[in-house]
Design a protein around this ligand. Structure first.
Ligand code: FAD
Length: 338
């Protein structure tokens, strides 16, 4: 029997495996897709995520960004990070860098789709592997969370995300968030000749149709898109609890509010580290409290912005309001960065 099996070889599952290994636990990863794994993501690593990856010895190639700019076609406001930069990193690059780090540590990664999970007082059995603990990092729609009855019913209007890359030189060293009445479009520099564009909305229309609602941005993206559109959603995932016996949820599987504030990877990495500490101390019961602590600030800020953006009148005040109060905007951006 090994100490921990991680289901899900996305960035958070791989990081959890590295944290567990660093604490001396014997760990393996089960993932259903072959590397490098792509996924719809804004691909902006907030400074805290860059620092956490550095700490794990993982330095994915990308393009640094110095802060966030909000624009609504008439006004714009920029907030620079007061500390280190964030980094725009192609999703496949991020997953490959973590995948290589895991293999370098000789942590086994098995290509396998997990279905049934069984547990008793001492161990968990999953995908033919018996372990003392199971870390479920199986993403937004976590089948393990579903199987163990840890999901809560959604309450609010659902939102979805779509992402596409463009072969165009980044025109800014900031991540731009373009707002219109229904949708946000994020532009993240991911390399010297490439930007990623992610749109978030409750409208389910094709990417091109979303982009038509941002004429200034579309003008900049005359170059042909590279690759295909990827989508994800519904984004909000409510979760009853993060621990069920010897199984613990981490990353998007543990619950998700929205991609609006772009900190999914940094909070996921912070929680993976805390979960590894709990399992190394044989105290899985401590994780729920630590998860709540680590995610509270981001959950509150994202919920507040979502609430404001859900009503057309208050939504139209977001960019003008931030432009009138640039220091308050910068303070919020720096709260999200850390
Ligand atoms: C449109 C959009 C934009 C975003 N923008 C940003 C951003 O700019 N910055 C940021 O920090 N975050 C952003 N996020 C959030 C970020 O993408 C997620 O928080 C992050 O991907 C979570 O990683 P994860 O490892 O938890 O899940 P995932 O990356 O989804 O990995 C889960 C893995 O589990 C595997 N799996 C699932 N089921 C099984 C099974 N039964 N058996 C075996 N394997 C299984 C899957 O194949 C997958 O590889 C964005 C999200 C969206 C949707």
């Amino acid at each position: 029997m090994i100490d921990a099996v991680v289901v899900g070889g996305g960035p958070i599952g791989l990081a959890a495996a590295l944290y567990l290994d660093r604490l001396g636990l014997q760990v393996m990863v089960l993932e259903q897709r072959a590397a490098p794994i792509d996924k719809a993501c804004g691909e902006g690593l907030m400074p805290a995520a860059v620092a956490a990856l550095n700490d794990l010895g993982v330095r994915p190639a990308g393009r640094d960004f110095a802060g966030i700019r909000y624009l609504d076609g008439r006004r714009s406001v920029a907030a620079h990070f007061t500390g280190p930069a964030g980094r725009g990193v192609r999703r496949t690059e991020l997953q490959s860098a973590l995948h290589s780090a895991v293999l370098q540590r000789q942590i086994p990664i098995e290509l396998c789709r997990v279905d049934a999970v069984a547990q008793n007082a001492d161990s968990v059995l999953v995908g033919g592997v018996r372990a003392r603990y199971l870390v479920a990092a199986d993403g937004l729609h976590s089948p393990i969370r579903e199987q163990l009855g840890m999901r809560r019913a959604p309450r609010r209007r659902a939102r979805w995300g779509l992402r596409l890359h463009y072969s165009v030189a980044p025109w800014s060293d900031l991540v731009e968030v373009h707002w219109n009445d229904t949708t946000e479009a994020y532009v993240t520099p991911t390399g010297p000749g490439e930007v990623g564009v992610a749109v978030l909305s409750s409208l389910r229309v094709p990417f091109e149709q979303h982009l038509a609602g941002f004429p200034q941005l579309r003008e900049r993206l005359q170059a042909s898109p590279s690759g295909a559109v990827r989508g994800a959603g519904p984004l909000r995932q409510r979760v009853r609890r993060r621990v069920a016996g010897r199984v613990a949820l981490v990353g998007d599987a543990a619950g998700y509010v929205d991609a609006l504030t772009g900190e999914g990877l940094s909070t996921g990495l912070a929680c993976a580290r805390r979960l590894a500490d709990c399992l190394a101390r044989d105290r899985p019961e401590d994780y729920e409290r630590l998860w709540r602590q680590a995610t509270r600030r981001h959950r509150l800020l994202t919920e507040a912005l979502l609430l404001a953006s859900g009503n057309r009148t208050s939504r139209r005040l977001i960019v003008p309001g931030a432009a009138r109060l640039p220091r308050a905007f910068a303070a919020v951006v720096n709260q999200l960065a850390g």
